[in-house]
Design a protein around this ligand. Structure first.
Ligand SMILES: Cc1cc2nc3c(=O)[nH]c(=O)nc-3n(C[C@H](O)[C@H](O)[C@H](O)COP(=O)(O)O)c2cc1C
Ligand code: SF4
Length: 448
């Protein structure tokens, strides 16, 4: 037996000696390069947990918490719930957080909703406390700044919009903004951005989506102007571009200034893909640092997967600045697939983090189950349960979970989509909750 083993060992040695050169060549030519290639491929595969940089700012992962309207400000102070929300998010591995849209002016226009406001210097110290807490927990923090436009809720005083349009639920029209109004509101944006910088936020996001003032300027349906702020895509984007430039002037070259914009706005005569691309192009030239994509399709329960993937891929292909796709992002696999097959680098999540604020932490720990959010939109209805997930309420009103589907009616040249019977927002936002066909027919005047 020992002799046999000895012989085998000897034979192997002879073979090794004899074929040493061939074996070495084999490893050099095939096995080693193959191994190196596999290793390199693994290393070049991007992951949502990659560390990246946005300008000088280190991002610990590719996840952004997209803005959710904060109703946490009472008498100029941020409430306990406000601190708790941002403490929970920042402690649970969300890389970068956007605040909800903060008012840059006309705070009373938000009605009973006690949203964040950054229209006065006196709020800076309060936000500084919030920012310090979030930074201590290891997350980045940016403030979204907004003017609400025709969606304002004040019964008295002017409601500003690009054109004079009937105001929902009121017997009057919005005020077509004069050049002075335009300049004044642009300056409000710039001053608000500077306050955010002074409070320690890592950047600001200009809200140019969701039928608020800037997106109203971008929309041919809302913007009927014939001066230098309306008439074609370039002119409709002028208000946005002037805001970007004024904000940049105030906060300096290094500070991060991004924007959120509608890729579509749900209106048949609203922003076109061409108009959207034009506005993005002009914004990039004006010095914007990132573009977050949004739109109105998010209100449909029918969405499957990342809503603005295709248009995001197209945009990212053309632009050098980072694109954040937001809306319907629910699975790690889909994000990694997009990340490794396109130039999209970042993802925004809003509703999923409302129901599971530790979602990103779970994903990081390898528990990569899909997000629980079913996109029912019950949390968007502006009532006392606004911004609270139905699953986290004491008495969930399960009826709200019935699928709310878009209904479409034709009115003259306009095709209008809306979600009937008050189960969600209506579209376009000139409408109101609970629209029926009859309500719409009464509102035909709005569209002329
Ligand atoms: C209750 C609620 C409030 C929101 N408030 C804002 C807001 O203040 N600013 C904003 O840009 N988007 C706001 N959004 C939209 C989200 O930021 C996000 O674009 C949208 O929910 C789609 O992403 P999701 O599918 O991950 O929820 C809000 C969404 C919800 C559900
Ligand atoms: S209420 Fe519906 S849409 Fe909102 S977070 Fe909960 S499951 Fe998602």
């Amino acid at each position: 037996m020992i002799e046999l083993l000895f012989k085998i060992n000897l034979d192997i040695k002879i073979i090794m000696k004899k074929y040493h050169l061939i074996l070495s060549l084999y490893f050099i030519c095939y096995a080693f390069p193959l191994f190196a290639l596999l290793l390199q491929q693994k290393q070049t595969q991007k992951s949502i947990f990659d560390e990246t940089y946005l300008k000088h700012l280190k991002l610990k992962n590719r996840i952004f918490r997209a803005a959710i309207g904060d109703i946490f400000m009472k008498n100029g102070k941020i409430t306990e719930e406000g601190f708790k929300l941002y403490n929970d998010l920042s402690k649970n591995e969300v890389g970068t957080i956007f605040t909800g849209a903060a008012a840059i002016s006309d705070y009373d226009h938000y009605g009973e909703f006690k949203i964040f406001r950054i229209d006065k210097d006196e709020f800076i110290p309060e936000f500084k406390k919030l920012v310090d807490m979030v930074h201590k927990n290891g997350a980045n923090f940016m403030m979204q700044i907004n003017h609400i436009g025709i969606k304002a809720m004040n019964k008295e005083g002017p409601i500003y919009a690009p054109s004079s349009l009937p105001i929902d639920g009121q017997n009057r029209n919005s005020k077509e903004m004069t050049k002075e109004d335009i300049i004044r509101i642009e300056n409000y944006f710039a001053e608000a951005a500077l306050r955010a910088k002074k409070a320690g936020f890592d950047g600001v996001e200009i809200h140019a989506a969701h039928h608020y003032l800037i997106s109203e300027f971008l929309s041919p349906l809302y913007n009927k102007r014939t001066d230098e702020y309306g008439g074609n895509d370039e002119k409709r984007a002028r208000f946005l571009i002037e805001i970007i430039k004024k904000v940049r002037e105030k906060v300096g070259k290094e500070y991060i200034v991004g924007m959120k914009i509608n890729t579509e706005d749900g209106d048949v005569n609203g922003i076109t893909e061409e108009g959207f691309f034009k506005a993005c192009l002009m914004a990039e030239e004006a010095g914007i640092d990132f573009i977050q994509l949004s739109g109105i399709k998010l209100l449909s329960i029918k969405n499957k997967g990342i809503i603005y993937k295709d248009i995001g891929v197209k945009l990212a292909e053309k632009f050098n600045i980072p694109i954040i796709v937001t809306g319907g992002v629910r699975s790690v696999d889909e994000m990694n697939e997009v990340l490794n097959n396109s130039k999209i680098q970042y993802f925004g999540l809003a509703r999923p983090l409302m129901i599971e604020n530790d979602l990103i932490k779970k994903w990081k720990e390898g528990k990569t189950k899909k997000a629980k959010c079913v996109s029912c939109n019950s949390c968007i209805v502006p009532n006392k349960d606004y911004a609270t997930c139905i699953f986290n309420r004491k008495k969930p009103n399960i009826k709200m979970l019935e699928p709310a589907e878009f209904k479409t009616i034709q009115m003259g040249e306009y095709k209008i989509s809306y979600i009937p019977d008050g189960k969600g927002y209506t579209i376009p936002s000139l409408a109101y909750l609970g629209s029926t066909d009859d309500d719409w027919k009464k509102k035909k005047q709005y569209l002329n």
